[in-house]
Design a protein around this ligand. Structure first.
Ligand code: CP
Ligand code: NVA
Length: 306
């Protein structure tokens, strides 16, 4: 049994399969072709933080695969009333075939997985957001081909998205140029990939313009992630120079793409003319959450389909 708790939980070879499979599944969806490999299978989705994309993409995706879903939140389940996570994992995983969790600490999802009889998927933790990077790389491949050897510029917070990009870079052989304000750096321990720390796959820049130089993809995220709202005011000040604008896009390659996992705040981490401009692929990126996760769910439950 395989869990998907961080990007490193799958190999480069498994990602090659998943990207190909996601393309097939997406094509079937666009052609209104039925694809029901998960009939009678149930996905439990546990949300301890808000969501639009993750909820809709997993829920719609599971129905499209022929399965069904159960939606739980902290507020409407015993999870919010201090039932031990181990007990919740044992009970829920006896009744469903797959669990997706969005929560706070990575240790929480690891603890759940350790007591689960069924595969567990990380739908975002404070530390990682692997399903998003799965979709982002699938989107890059659709637009530009293989990401191996390419350069991704990360402008902004050293958060769950940044950590996951670093893991992906090492595993899939591309480079990340990271620029964060001082005090908001990535935690390099979290970025350590399957091969151990590999400084080759990332480079830090104090100036975000330098990070964007020659990039094939420029990407950013909110200045304040869920769970850090008390820091909002301090972050607004600290991140003022880390707003992706046309100047930064001009420093990147002429055909560079722009991505943002969304939700976005125009005029904060990105200017409207960038996110709504011709280089932005954010809507494909959001849609691809569903296609990529359908491939992931199918793989975790059924393995490779010949
Ligand atoms: N990108 C993303 O995970 O969006 P939601 O918070 O809406 O799920
Ligand atoms: N880094 C953001 C991503 C939201 C999808 C957060 O954790 O809130």
């Amino acid at each position: 049994m395989k869990h998907y708790l961080q990007f490193n939980d799958l190999s480069a070879d498994e990602y090659t399969y998943l990207f190909e499979r996601a393309a097939i599944i997406k094509k079937k969806f666009k052609a209104y072709e039925k694809h029901h490999p998960l009939v009678d299978r149930t996905l439990a989705m546990i949300f301890e933080k808000a969501s639009t994309r993750t909820r809709v993409s997993f829920e719609a995706g599971m129905y499209q695969l022929g399965g069904s879903v159960v939606h739980l939140t902290t507020g409407d389940s015993q999870l919010g009333r201090a039932e031990p996570i181990e007990d919740s994992a044992k009970v829920i995983s006896r009744m469903v075939d797959l669990v997706m969790i969005r929560t706070f600490e990575q240790t929480k999802i690891e603890n759940f997985a350790a007591h689960s009889r069924v595969p567990v998927i990380n739908g975002l933790t404070n530390e990682f957001h692997p399903c998003q990077i799965l979709a982002d790389i699938f989107t890059f491949i659709e637009h530009r081909g293989s990401i191996a050897g390419k350069t991704v510029a990360w402008v902004g917070d050293g958060n769950n998205m940044a950590n996951t990009w670093l893991q992906a870079a090492e595993l899939l052989g591309f480079k990340v140029h990271v620029s964060t304000p001082r005090g908001y750096e990535v935690d390099e321990k979290l970025a350590v990939g399957v091969h151990g720390a590999s400084a080759d796959s990332y480079q830090f820049f104090s100036n975000p313009m330098d990070a964007c130089q020659g990039a094939d993809l420029v990407t950013t995220d909110v200045w304040t992630s869920m769970g850090y709202d008390a820091e909002n005011e301090a972050r607004r000040k600290a991140f003022a120079d880390w707003r992706v604008d046309q100047e930064m896009m001009a420093a990147a390659k002429p055909d560079a793409l722009f991505m943002h996992c969304l939700p976005a705040h125009r005029g904060e981490e990105v200017e409207a003319d960038v996110i709504d401009g011709p280089q932005s692929v954010v809507w494909d990126e959001a849609e691809n959450r569903m296609h990529a996760q359908k491939a992931l769910m199918e793989y975790l439950l059924l393995g490779r389909i010949a």
